[in-house]
Design a protein around this ligand. Structure first.
Ligand code: ZN
Length: 272
């Protein structure tokens, strides 16, 4: 784990990159920010979480760091020890945690619960979609007030550019840099279940409602139909080993969606 603090004093915000070592967009965004002439008006902590996996180009070494919080300092597994250290490092700060993904439909914010503080941080990202993933346990942002952002497709340039834009907006909205920002009024989705399966081709679109009876995945002529309507979230053909992705409900519609055509958010919610 690599930790650095910009500015003087005790930071109230932490930027986290590489919880998954092969998702480098947050690392690039932070370095772009450091190299720019944008000045911080308050201290900021940065954590490159899974430095070992990052250097190896792996998602993780032993176990998924984003599933083992709060971890175990005496474990023989790298990520469980790391989770315990990471928990200490993040404690008492508001966290923005950058990810990229195999699935389409980004960028969007991810929270572990829709408490007011988490939703406020999600609004500070300026993104138009928020996914509540408290269904899954052990996430890095679960034990702290935090928001994760899925910036786009893995290591492509677009994900890093999106991460940099989200970072600047977040810092401005949280009062750490003196510049204009957008506070979004996002659509909120809550993950309610998952679709297991290996080797399926995902045929629908993330965040686009799948109706009851509709085919959303296929493998060698074996089709998967929705028992009841849902919104696919983080669904993809190759994203997970044994899971197509998640089923979500849309629990609220933000004002961005009510004023169609005037996308004031910075998230390209283009429904791809
Ligand atoms: Zn990730």
């Amino acid at each position: 784990m690599h930790v650095e603090t910009l500015g003087d004093g005790r930071p109230q915000h932490t930027i986290v990159a590489c919880v998954h070592g092969d998702e480098t967009c947050g690392w690039h965004a932070f370095n772009r920010f450091k190299a720019s002439d944008v000045e911080l008006t308050a201290p900021l902590k940065f954590v490159l979480a899974n430095e070992r996996a990052f250097k190896l180009g792996y998602r993780y070494c032993d176990v998924d760091l984003n599933r083992v919080m709060p971890g175990d300092a005496s474990s023989d597994r790298h990520e469980e020890r790391l989770a315990a250290r990471l928990g200490h490092e993040l404690a008492g700060t508001k966290v923005l945690d950058f990810h990229s993904t195999e699935s389409r439909g980004g960028p969007y914010a991810v929270v572990a619960g829709t408490d007011a503080a988490s939703v406020h941080l999600a609004r500070s990202t300026g993104l138009d979609r928020v996914v509540d993933i408290s269904y899954m346990g052990g996430g890095v942002t679960q034990a702290v007030t935090g928001v994760a952002v899925e910036c786009g497709y893995y290591d492509d340039e677009g994900a890093a550019t999106t991460a940099h834009r989200v970072l600047l907006n977040f810092l401005a909205a949280e009062g750490l840099v003196d510049r204009e920002s957008v506070e979004s009024s996002p659509d909120v989705y809550k993950v309610v279940g998952e679709e297991r399966g290996q080797g399926y081709r995902f045929l629908a679109d993330n965040f686009q409602r799948v109706e009851a009876g509709e085919v959303f995945a296929e493998k060698d002529g074996d089709v998967r139909r929705a028992d009841e309507p849902f919104y696919p979230v983080l669904m993809s053909t190759h994203g997970y080993e044994r899971r197509i992705g998640f089923r979500a409900e849309r629990v609220s519609v933000g004002s961005r969606a009510r004023t169609a055509g005037t996308n004031v958010g910075i998230g390209g919610a283009d429904g791809q």
